[in-house]
Write a protein that binds this ligand. Structure first.
Ligand code: PLP
Length: 828
């Protein structure tokens, strides 16, 4: 037999029909795992995943080959987080394997749903920022754009949240074990060496007269890549997410071993490998820990080395083409060291002059800002940078020195400008300034956020280079967040407007006339109802609480953070409870209020909010007077796979951040896409959702961003409570310790915060208008024709919030990539 024949037969055998899938699954189960169909579901999941993975390989390989054959401009998406969630259903869907897979499993007497449920979430991110990165990769593949993701392979991703006695308890999540993570391929052949510490030596080559710097590093850690395939939607494109794992180099171990110090050798190995052990679980705030700086450098150094080496291997040293063929997108400031690292590579390893190196660096780097919150703006102490990255410190100082000089030339009479714009100030490195200065494009993630970036965070930079800033509103992938997670709605939409919406979400506008059609609205309502029944079953299963699927499902799921104002929602819940206690229930709209979200383990106040929400839920749900009127649920361990069940079942989407604080939000988009109506402030992408659907189909309330700014100076919460009887009664519950009768005093910090004139989030300032908006929502819900008109309208207008649209904008304004092959088009 000839090799060609074997390869042909191999391809032939990997068919996408149910029969061959069933055979492969059985093969992996019996022959590889040595088990039977009676094996625990984890093993079945692995066998199924391997069978699916086999079917990804040919296109994955072909995509690599295509990129290798001809130099193609590529985008490298550098992100410390990729919040992937589960992959089996998503990959099967994009490969058009969902149906044959279901059939294959039926042949084996199994249900696909149970197997999908056995998969663990790959929780390599905190929240919105990490999930955005995952949506972007899927959209890029679907658009056939050559985009490669670079991230870290944390052994422990986001912690698992358990609730005990109302308190959040964090449990480590070993997402790579039981079942194993079947989607990665170790690529040891592309291992990179990453250096840390030591010192630099400067010298002049006596022959050439050139100035050289040698970095005499103290440590080496290996970066071993693990590749995860990212298939586009039925278009034959499979992009790659490459995650780096830290390993101690062998020789390092051996030296010590030979000297007889076995334990020191093992310690050193553990220290090196700790680098990618755990994801920092802080959302929108920084700790300034040394390990985090090391992680950031590890990601940047491994990824840049990888990109440069691949390119040198294929293209030779044609540096003039480097900028033409590469673009690095920094997902927030976390990978901003890329600016210094690329300068180092160019100057120290490839002997560029400074100006030439700077021109090249600033032609290939682009930066996305995700937040204006001061606690999230990273700065690193000079001492730490000098110790861990001595050469980068020198480079950053030189970038700063030259930058300061150019500012002085531009504004000779304004020395304060220099200080405001500086990259190094008071012996700290301002990562955002390094990122802005080192990038040719800077984008905010919604229109309002970008306006605020330009006017409040970076006004001097905007004056210096106004063309650099651009607004690109976030989006979410409609494959995962509509087609996959809401099969009932998918079927209805396919029938109503054809299936083309899956890759062209604007086509959903064809639903607009149907929002006026009673028969269609009823079918839509039936789908929503079915999804609510399913969520209700799950809530009953997990928490033992029975909720009524006919009630308004009022949902706030997101990280727990003061600026997101879960407290405001809780105050409204207490207000509803107070009305019930006073018999004020005429024309009542029954509600199920659902909370979900994790608090950063070190964020004490957010953890107290979790406890508060749980206590409020417990007291209200146990009170027999609330039966049929109000139920409050805290769903533990909010994560991607949880959102996939929550979004299809939500009626009301709570997006109630203090205006100016939420850069964009993407939870708001997922909920809108699934037919929830937003109750929200004029903040982030809420504004664009409101514009898309119209005022009549959005419950808007609260101060505007500029009013918030102005109000902070004369905020008087005591006066607000005195003037608002309903609010005073709500506060009374807290003062009487109604929700913590057995735990005296625990919620005092919440009262203190609410009453503080320095509460930056002005929770009480928006209470009255929030309450009015909630009443409007409740009234709307009592008129199903109106409610479902609005709900259908929300789905119809969600096209703008597809991450396909987002990526098309990135590509037109920043990346300028040519598609490799055909972008996906679903049948019409
Ligand atoms: C979408 C999503 C987020 C972001 O939610 P926001 O409401 O935009 O903060 C966070 N976590 C998970 C698991 C998500 O799916």
């Amino acid at each position: 037999m000839k090799l060609e024949a074997i390869l042909a037969e191999l391809t032939e055998q990997t068919g996408n029909d149910a029969e061959r899938l069933a055979r492969d699954i059985a093969h992996y189960l019996f022959k590889t795992q040595g088990r039977t169909l009676a094996a625990p579901v984890e093993y079945l999941f692995e066998a199924v995943a391997w069978a699916v993975r086999d079917r990804v390989m040919p296109d994955w390989h072909a995509t690599w080959q295509r990129l290798k054959r001809q130099p193609t401009r590529r985008l490298y998406y550098l992100s410390m987080e990729f919040l992937i969630g589960r992959s089996l259903a998503a990959i099967a869907f994009n490969l058009d394997l969902a149906e044959p897979l279901r059939e294959a499993l039926l042949v084996l007497g199994k249900e696909i749903e149970a197997i999908e449920e056995a998969e663990r979430d790959a929780g390599l991110g905190n929240g919105g920022l990490g999930r955005l990165a995952a949506c972007f990769l899927e959209s890029a593949a679907t658009l056939a754009l050559p985009v490669m993701g670079y991230g870290l392979r944390y052994e422990y991703g986001m912690f698992r949240q358990a609730i005990r006695n109302g308190y959040q308890v964090e449990e480590p999540e070993r997402w790579l074990r039981q079942p194993a993570f079947p989607w990665e391929l170790e690529r040891r052949e592309y291992t990179r060496k990453i250096r840390f510490g030591g010192r630099t030596h400067h010298y002049i080559d006596p022959e050439t007269g050139r100035f050289y710097v040698h970095w005499d590093h103290a440590e080496v850690v290996l970066a071993v890549p693990y590749d995860i395939p990212v298939p586009g939607y039925r278009n034959g494109v499979v992009n790659t997410l490459r995650l780096w794992s830290a390993q101690a180099p062998n020789e390092f171990n051996l030296d010590k071993f030979n000297e007889g110090d076995y334990f020191e050798a093992v310690d050193a190995r553990i220290a090196a490998e700790n680098l990618t052990l755990v994801l920092y679980p802080n959302d929108a705030s920084v700790l300034g820990k040394e390990l985090r700086l090391r992680q950031q450098y590890f990601l940047v150094a491994a990824s840049l080395q990888d990109a440069v080496t691949q390119w040198l291997d294929h293209c030779g040293p044609e540096w003039h083409r480097f900028a033409e063929l590469h673009c690095f997108q920094l997902n927030d400031t976390h990978p901003a060291l890329a600016v210094a690292e690329l300068m180092r590579i160019l100057i120290d390893e490839h002997h560029f002059g400074w100006d030439e190196a700077w021109r090249l660096t600033t032609r290939v780097t682009a930066y996305t800002n995700h937040t204006l919150l001061p606690e999230a703006l990273e700065t690193w102490p000079g001492e730490m940078v000098r110790r861990i990255l001595p050469r980068h410190w020198e480079i950053i100082v030189e970038i700063d020195r030259r930058f300061r000089f150019s500012i002085q030339l531009r504004w000779p009479d304004e020395p304060s400008r220099q200080e405001r714009l500086a990259i190094v100030s008071s012996d700290r490195v301002r990562m955002a300034h390094l990122a802005v200065h080192g990038s040719f494009a800077v984008n905010g993630v919604s229109r309002l956020h970008t306006d605020l970036l330009v006017t409040t965070l970076f006004p001097d930079f905007a004056e210096l280079s106004p063309g650099k800033f651009t607004a690109i509103t976030n989006g979410v992938t409609p494959r995962r967040w509509l087609a996959l997670c809401n099969p009932g709605l998918k079927t209805l939409l396919d029938e109503a407007v054809g299936s083309g919406w899956v890759t062209d979400l604007d086509r959903l506008t064809a639903l607009l006339p149907l929002s006026q059609d009673a028969a269609f609205r009823e079918r839509f309502a039936a789908v929503k109802r079915e999804n609510k029944v399913k969520l209700a079953q799950q809530i009953a299963h997990e928490g033992g609480i029975k909720v009524d699927p006919a009630a308004l499902f009022d949902v706030q799921v997101k990280r727990i953070h003061e600026y997101k104002r879960q407290l405001l929602n809780a105050l409204h819940v207490i207000h509803l409870y107070d009305r019930i206690k006073h018999g004020e229930t005429d024309g009542w709209t029954p509600r199920v209020v659902i909370f979900g979200g994790k608090a950063a383990p070190g964020y004490a106040f957010a953890k107290l909010i979790v406890k508060f929400l749980n206590n409020v839920a417990e007291v209200i749900t146990k009170d027999p007077q609330t039966e049929g009127l109000l139920q409050v649920v805290f769903l533990p361990d909010y994560r991607v796979s949880a959102m996939e069940k929550i979004a299809p079942a939500a009626d009301l989407s709570e997006q109630i951040s203090t205006a100016g604080a939420e850069a964009s939000g993407t939870g708001n988009m997922k909920l809108m896409m699934n037919g929830a109506i937003t109750i929200g402030t004029y903040d982030g992408a809420n504004i664009e959702i409101l514009e898309a659907v119209g005022e009549a189909h959005f419950f808007r309330f609260g101060l505007l961003a500029d009013e918030v700014q102005a109000r902070r100076t004369d905020y008087d919460p005591i006066a607000i409570v005195q003037q608002d009887g309903a609010l005073a009664r709500v506060i009374g519950y807290l003062q009487r310790e109604f929700f913590n009768p057995f735990e005296p005093g625990i919620f005092q910090p919440i009262l203190d915060r609410l009453f503080s004139p320095n509460d930056p989030w002005l929770v009480l300032a928006d209470f009255a208008s929030y309450r009015a908006a909630q009443e409007a929502a409740a009234a709307h819900y009592r008129a199903p024709a109106r409610w479902f008109e609005s709900a259908v309208r929300n789905v119809a207008m969600s096209g703008r919030f597809s991450s396909d649209r987002t990526l098309i904008e990135y590509n037109q304004r920043i990346w300028h990539l040519a598609a490799i092959g055909e972008p996906a088009r679903s049948a019409t």
